[in-house]
Design a protein around this ligand. Structure first.
Ligand SMILES: *[C@@H]1O[C@H](CO)[C@@H](O)[C@H](O)[C@H]1NC(C)=O
Ligand SMILES: *[C@@H]1O[C@H](CO)[C@@H](O)[C@H](O)[C@H]1NC(C)=O
Ligand SMILES: *[C@@H]1O[C@H](CO)[C@@H](O)[C@H](O)[C@H]1NC(C)=O
Ligand SMILES: *[C@@H]1O[C@H](CO)[C@@H](O)[C@H](O)[C@H]1NC(C)=O
Ligand SMILES: *[C@@H]1O[C@H](CO)[C@@H](O)[C@H](O)[C@H]1NC(C)=O
Ligand SMILES: *[C@@H]1O[C@H](CO)[C@@H](O)[C@H](O)[C@H]1NC(C)=O
Ligand SMILES: *[C@@H]1O[C@H](CO)[C@@H](O)[C@H](O)[C@H]1NC(C)=O
Ligand SMILES: *[C@@H]1O[C@H](CO)[C@@H](O)[C@H](O)[C@H]1NC(C)=O
Length: 573
């Protein structure tokens, strides 16, 4: 046993051409490695291309165990639950960091392990719970008993270095949370099969097919249509400190001149010079000459054009799959957590299949959303555009991330307007990673009770977090991208719902009240009376498999669509 270990390690030592004496002295470390994360099969859509070159430099991130996640989650619950003594008493940056900063002994343990291995770490997050290191593949394989290899994403041809498993020293258990990127395989393509940012988009040829209706929705979904449908006011917001942020990933940009033309055409009552601010994370750019990909334009046009006069920021996040695929997600949330006054509403129209990301990583990101929620930010994510998410030859549905996170609000889509019904593409279902959160237990139980088989169906896991939480129209959104286009997707629904929350926050600010913050405990209690239940339609768009919209919460349209006047009433305005 001992001999075998020494032999194996000596071989590695020779391979790495480092000092034999030093390596021999550090041998016991390797014997004490414990498996930390693993994946049994290569995710659908990827193939193993071969070993990674031993000299290639890996940029790895290390997350340290946060000292009191339970304390953070309790605090989040307290500040987000209506009628509680602490409702609306959001936490400061310092208060949040006290919960999530690593313990001193975790810092000591990880840092001494790093220096024993000649590694310099850079601090990445404000709370010090993320570090970055750089090392060659050969050394990473040794250090983590890993097999970093080259994997090809078939449809895009993108290659990435990942490992199917890795280990950490037993002495670091409880101190080191995860190493990234290792066992996560997010879909690298902006128009990938797992989560299409826009269901589809088409040029609008003419309005000849307009449907007569008392609502101004017959020529497609426009700001006027949404204002009429949901009672969204056209009155300008008045509080400049009330901010709405839109994230832009995968190189999507938002054009200034397209927004201006959109406002001229669809918001003639607004100043057409109303603009948005751009910030860059990870060298993301809003290069106006870049080829037009329309997600950014849709998201900006339906925030600036709906949340009248609310200051809107476009967070352009750089994207480099070879660096991990989720670096942008990690850096974006740390960028916001580092701010003293983060935006009160954040909407994101991109996501992934839950199973493609390691659970340690989704936990870490989900806890970061909990931190921002505790600070008073409402975080909305499009639920996804793949219905229940059935994948080829799979016997189970595929829930989406970050919608699976219990600390974000997942927004599904409806279509039509008289009446609105579930959009067939609206992603929804149940997480396999997160159990049903308490705020949702009654609503989910009521839904499950009416299913035939009452939840025994093995295609989905009714003990999981159900999503979406709410919905909004997601069909036929008119956008201006040099000519009028119609776009479809929950990525239209999320900016719409976010705009409504931003306008509510403006009214609350005027009344001297805090913003709504993390919405779900409110939505599932007082909020439900201000939502229109969607009771028809389904997301059975994949081999007739999926869910149906039903009275009450359902995993296609959540609790329903917003009614601004009723929302004002339930928040007491
Ligand atoms: C670590 O950083 C120190 C100081 O910046 C430097 O002198 C040293 O060479 C670095 N070591 C490695 C292994 O990069
Ligand atoms: C559609 O647009 C046309 C031309 O702008 C307008 O006359 C008509 O009233 C619109 N129809 C509906 C249902 O809004
Ligand atoms: C419209 O907005 C621009 C930019 O903020 C401003 O310069 C202009 O005066 C505004 N026009 C009107 C009519 O308010
Ligand atoms: C909006 O801001 C951008 C960047 O500052 C600027 O280039 C553009 O002209 C502005 N648009 C309008 C309509 O003022
Ligand atoms: C992504 O990172 C790799 C390795 O650092 C680099 O070679 C490549 O140019 C980067 N690509 C983009 C689009 O930034
Ligand atoms: C699905 O199963 C069929 C029949 O067994 C097979 O031909 C096909 O390659 C499979 N598709 C995938 C994506 O695994
Ligand atoms: C079902 O969800 C729970 C979390 O609620 C999880 O622990 C369990 O592993 C899931 N089952 C499957 C088969 O994924
Ligand atoms: C699902 O909805 C579609 C219309 O979007 C309808 O044609 C179909 O019959 C519905 N399926 C079920 C099972 O209700």
């Amino acid at each position: 046993m001992l001999v075998a270990n020494i032999l194996a390690l000596s071989l590695l030592t020779a391979l790495h051409a480092t000092s034999g004496i030093c390596k021999l002295l550090s041998l016991p470390r390797s014997r004490a490695l414990q498996l930390h994360e693993k994946r049994d099969v290569i995710p659908l859509g990827f193939t193993l291309a071969g070993p990674a070159s031993p000299e290639t430099t890996l940029k790895l991130r290390i997350a340290l165990v946060q000292n009191n996640v339970d304390g953070l989650l309790n605090a989040l619950n307290d500040v987000s639950t209506p009628d509680g003594a602490d409702y609306g008493k959001h936490l400061s940056k310092t208060e949040v960091e006290q919960y999530v900063s690593p313990k001193a002994d975790s810092l000591t343990a990880v840092n001494s392990w790093l220096s024993a291995n000649d590694l310099n770490a850079t601090k990445l997050s404000p709370a010090g719970d993320w570090l970055a290191i750089e090392l060659p593949v050969s050394k990473a394989n040794d250090l983590f008993n890993a097999d970093f290899s080259l994997f090809t994403h078939e449809s895009s041809g993108v290659q990435a270095i990942r490992t199917m498993a890795y280990s950490i020293p037993a002495s670091l258990k409880g101190h080191l949370n995860l190493v990234y990127p290792t066992t996560s395989f997010p879909d690298p393509s902006a128009s990938g099969s797992t989560f299409v940012p826009l269901k589809y988009i088409k040029r609008v040829e003419s309005d000849s097919s307009s449907i007569p209706s008392p609502l101004p929705c017959g020529n497609g979904t426009t700001p006027a249509c949404l204002q009429a449908l949901y009672g969204i006011p056209t009155t300008p917001a008045v509080n400049p400190s009330n901010q709405l942020a839109v994230t832009g990933h995968f190189g999507n940009i938002a054009h200034y001149d397209f927004l201006q033309q959109f406002l001229i055409d669809y918001r003639p009552d607004m100043n057409s010079s109303t603009n948005f601010t751009v910030v860059s994370v990870d060298d993301g750019s809003n290069d106006q000459s870049a080829p037009s990909v329309t997600e950014g334009d849709l998201d900006i046009q339906y925030t600036v054009g709906l949340a009248t006069n609310v200051p809107v920021t476009y967070i352009a996040v750089g994207m480099n799959y070879t660096d991990g695929g989720l670096d942008g997600y990690l850096d974006m949330i740390n960028y916001l957590l580092a701010q003293d006054s983060p935006p009160q509403v954040l909407t994101t129209s991109y996501g992934f299949s839950e199973s493609s990301i390691s659970q340690a990583l989704t936990n870490n990101l989900c806890n970061a959303y909990a931190q921002l929620g505790a600070r008073g930010t409402s975080i909305l994510f499009a639920s996804g555009d793949s219905g229940a998410g059935c994948t080829a030859n799979s016997t189970a549905f595929a829930p989406t991330f970050p919608s699976n996170c219990p600390y974000v609000t997942s927004v599904g889509a409806t279509q039509g307007f008289s009446p609105e019904v579930a959009a067939s593409f609206s992603s929804g279902g149940f997480s396999n990673y997160y159990s049903t959160p308490s705020y949702q237990k009654a609503a989910v139980a009521e839904y499950v009770a009416q299913l035939s088989g009452a939840g025994t169906d093995t295609r989905f896991n009714v003990s999981g977090r159900g999503f979406p939480d709410v919905s909004a129209k997601g069909d036929d959104f008119r956008v201006w991208v040099g000519s009028p286009f119609a776009s479809y997707g929950t990525s239209a629904s999320s900016p719409t719902f976010a705009s409504i929350i931003a306008l509510l926050n403006d009214r609350l600010a005027s009344a001297g009240r805090p913003p709504l913050g993390f919405l779900n405990p409110f939505l599932y209690t007082k909020g439900v009376a201000a939502l229109t239940d969607i009771v028809a339609g389904n997301n059975t768009n994949c081999n007739n498999q999926g869910f149906e919209a039903t009275p009450g919460w359902d995993p296609v349209t959540g609790l329903g669509t917003p009614d601004f006047a009723k929302l004002l009433a339930v928040v007491g305005l």
